[in-house]
Design a protein around this ligand. Structure first.
Ligand code: HEC
Ligand code: HEC
Length: 330
């Protein structure tokens, strides 16, 4: 009798525990994706874009005829094999001229709230006109480029097929380039797979790095789909980053766009999706390693120091953010 009671009690207790745990377990199993969907970082989705425009934009992006002396294409400074950058502190334009700032990646740029370090172009279409006309980059203009492309039968046919009413114009030129850029999305990174429910897509070190990235407060600025790119922030919140430096025009950041004093030294927070590939760092390209960049962030943005081992965990996390383009991990 006694034994039966005890057994029954255990059975009852086990059943209670099971009803409490099992549903939540199976809920978690089914809804892993929703479990990680409220994170401050969201996964990237495969872009839906017109593939004919993408093919045309791809060709234009790699065509040096967009520059005055046919020497430089967009890809010269934004190599798709180098994380969408040139890995130079500052880019070299036509005739070996040195640009004012570091070239950011073109990958995932469609997710940014605006383009350029100071956000002076509000769309990718507006942005594309920039380098073509910039005297130290491509040093050309739409008229010259359209003339050159109009002499190329293949381009004429391609533009006619896609834009039958317009052909080659400044609008269709930038539309094709911008559409191509919107296709440059690095999907299926280990971290995104983790966010979508593959609990083991990232290892323990990468997970720890993500925790630290949140705990130290990096995520307050580097967040959303592009792990950045969705807000402007001052560079030097806790200490004056520019104190001992010779100031350049580019250092003024958003002040150059708005003219408001409070926008001096304010920059678009860069996306960190491909940070492990895009050294050197910061708008001035002054910082060679990620370790150094993170230490600078800790000091000037967060007013603290971060122990070396935590910096290494954060770097591991940043590695897990690198996704795939055309089926290959960058
Ligand atoms: C000579 C090097 C060079 C060339 C050529 C060049 N770029 Fe850039 N690109 C840069 C630099 C430097 C910046 C940053 C400029 C700034 O913020 O003021 C930049 C910024 C950008 C951005 C903004 C990214 C962001 O996160 O703000 C995009 C998009 C871009 N370029 C696309 C292009 C396209 C498209 C072309 C060809 C039409 C092109 N670039 C040609 C160097 C270059
Ligand atoms: C208050 C906002 C803010 C916080 C907090 C912050 N950052 Fe940044 N981060 C920025 C801004 C703004 C820049 C661009 C600065 C510049 O180059 O002008 C930047 C640049 C970077 C860069 C260089 C990216 C590149 O492509 O050049 C890295 C790497 C970086 N941050 C990592 C971190 C890490 C890791 C943390 C946490 C330890 C962190 N940031 C905290 C705002 C912030």
């Amino acid at each position: 009798m006694e034994r039966v009671k005890i057994t029954r009690f255990y059975f009852f207790a086990a059943a209670m525990v099971a009803t409490m745990i099992l549903p939540s377990w199976s809920w978690a199993e089914k809804n892993f994706s929703s479990k990680h969907m409220n994170e401050p970082i969201q996964p990237l989705e495969a872009p839906v874009v017109d593939k004919h425009k993408v093919a045309l934009g791809d060709k234009l992006f790699h065509d040096p005829r967009l520059s005055a002396d046919d020497s430089i294409s967009c890809a010269s400074c934004h190599s798709l094999d180098l994380g969408g950058t040139d890995n130079q502190p500052r880019s070299l334009g036509i005739k070996g001229q040195l640009g004012a700032v570091n070239a950011p990646t073109v990958f995932n740029s469609g997710f940014n709230l605006a383009q350029f370090w100071n956000g002076r172009a509000s769309t990718l279409e507006e942005q594309a006109a920039g380098p073509i006309h910039n005297p130290v980059e491509m040093g050309s203009n739409f008229k010259q480029v359209i003339e050159k492309l109009s002499a190329d039968r293949e381009y004429v046919q391609q533009f006619q097929a896609i834009y039958p009413d317009q052909g080659i114009t400044s609008e269709t030129l930038v539309d094709a380039i911008a559409t191509f850029e919107r296709s440059l999305v690095t999907i299926d990174s280990p971290f995104d797979r983790y966010l979508r429910g593959e609990e083991h897509a990232i290892n323990a070190r990468e997970k720890r790095g993500y925790e630290l990235f949140q705990d130290y407060g990096c995520v307050a600025c580097h967040q959303g789909k592009n792990v950045g790119g969705n807000m402007y922030q001052k560079f030097g919140i806790m200490d004056d980053y520019f104190a001992k430096k010779t100031l350049t025009d580019a250092d003024n950041g958003r002040f150059s766009v708005t003219g408001f004093e409070e926008d001096r030294f304010v920059f678009k927070v860069p996306g960190l999706r491909l940070a492990v590939l895009t050294a050197p760092y910061f708008h001035n390209g002054s910082t060679e390693t990620l370790e150094e960049a993170i230490n600078t962030m800790a000091h000037y943005q967060l007013g603290r120091t971060i122990p070396k081992e935590d910096v290494e965990y954060i770097i591991d996390f940043l590695h897990s953010l690198v996704g795939q383009y055309k089926g290959k991990t960058l």
